[in-house]
Design a protein around this ligand. Sequence first.
Ligand code: NAD
Ligand code: UD1
Length: 334
Amino acid sequence: MKVLVTGGVGYIGSHTCCELLNNGYDVVVVDNLSNSQRNVVKKIEKITGKKVIFYKGDVCDKNFLIKVFNEHKIDAVIHFAGYKAVGESVKKPLMYYHNNLISTISLLEIMSDFGCKKLVFSSSATVYGNPKKLPITEDFPLHTTNPYGTTKLMIESILKDLYVSDNEWSIAILRYFNPIGAHSSGLIGENPNGIPNNLMPYIVKVANKELKELSIFGSDYNTKDGTGVRDYIHVIDLAKGHIKAIQKVINDNGIDAYNLGTGKGYSVLEIVNTFEKVNNVKIPYKIVDRRAGDIDACYASTVKAKEMLNWSAEFEIEDMCRDAYNYVLKNKIK
Ligand code: NAD
Ligand code: UD1
C-alpha cells in the first residue's frame, strides 16, 4: 500500500511518515521545504530503517503532481502541506488562501484524474472558534476568527462538496487539538524559525536559554488558575491517529470529521510546572495581557475517534514535556 504524504518533511508529517513506515506502508513524500529541512528525510529513514521516496516540489503545481502520480501508483494521500501560523495569516491573508486552497484543489484534481480518491486531511480545532461548551464534539457549529482557520473551514466545505458530487471518495478530516512533543529518539521534532508563537516551543527555548522568560498571556481567564486551558496531544499519538484514519479511508467510503485530542485540558501554569518538574529546569515567566483572539478553554470529546477509528491518545502531559525538551537537548549536542 503506497501513501503519498504532502508536507511530510514538516513537524506532524515527519512523525506520521515514521508510523506509516513502521506499519508496513510505502511512503512517497512531497514537500517544497518552505517550512522544513531536507535532512529530516534521512532522519525518518534512520528511525525506521526504511526508504522514503522524496520529491521536492510545490503541491500547487499540477505538473509536478502529475509527474509524481505517473511515477507511483498512489493508493491514498495524507495532505499536511500548508501554512499554519495564525498571526502571519492575519498579516498575509492572500498568501494563506493561495497556498492552502490552491494546493488542496490542485491535489484533489490530480487525485481525481488518477482515480485515487482516498484522503486524510489535516484540519484544526481552530474551526470550532470560541466553543460555547466543553468538551467539543464534532457536530459543534463551525466558525473561524482568522484567515488560517478560514482556509481549514473552506477546505472542509470543498471536501464535503466533492463527496456529494462523487461518493467514490473516502475522506477523513482530522481536527487536531494542540500537538506538542517529539519522537523519543530526539531526531525529529518541532523546530520553528525565529521567536515561536506557540506555548511549548516557546517554553523549550526558555529552558534552553535562547529566550529569557515566558510571557503568560493572561491570568484572568475563567479557568482553574486563570490561565488558558488547552488539550495538548503528543505528536506520536497524533501520528498514530493518521494510521487509523488511513485504514478507515482505505476500507470504507464516505466523509467524516474526527477530533484528535486527549480530552484533557491543562492550563499554561500546569504546563510550566510539569515541564519544570520532569526536566528539572526553571522556566522564568511573567504574566502579561491576554493575546488577542485567545479563548479561555478548549478540549476535545474523544468519543467519536475512539468509536469510529478505534484510536485514543496514550501519552501523558509528562511525556510530552520530556520529549519536547529531549529533542532540543539532543540537537544541541550535535
Ligand atoms: P509544518 O509547517 O511543520 O509542516 C507543513 C509542511 O508542508 C512543511 O514541511 C512545508 O515545507 C510544507 N509545505 C507548505 N506548503 C507547501 C506546498 N504548497 N507544497 C509543498 N509543501 C508545502 O506544519 P505541521 O505542524 O506539521 O502541520 C501540518 C498540517 O497540520 C498543516 O496543514 C497544519 O495547518 C495542520 N495543523 C497543525 C497544527 C499544529 O499545531 N502544528 C494544528 C492543527 C492543524
Ligand atoms: C494556536 C492557534 C491555533 C492553532 C494552534 C496550533 C491562535 C489564536 N490559535 O492555538 O489556531 O491550531 O496554535 O498551532 O493562535 N500562551 C502563553 N504564552 C505564549 C504562548 C502561548 O501564555 O508565549 C498561552 C496561550 O494564551 C494559550 C496557550 O498558551 O492559552 C496555548 O497557546 P498556543 O500554543 O499558541 O496554542 P493555541 O492558542 O491554543
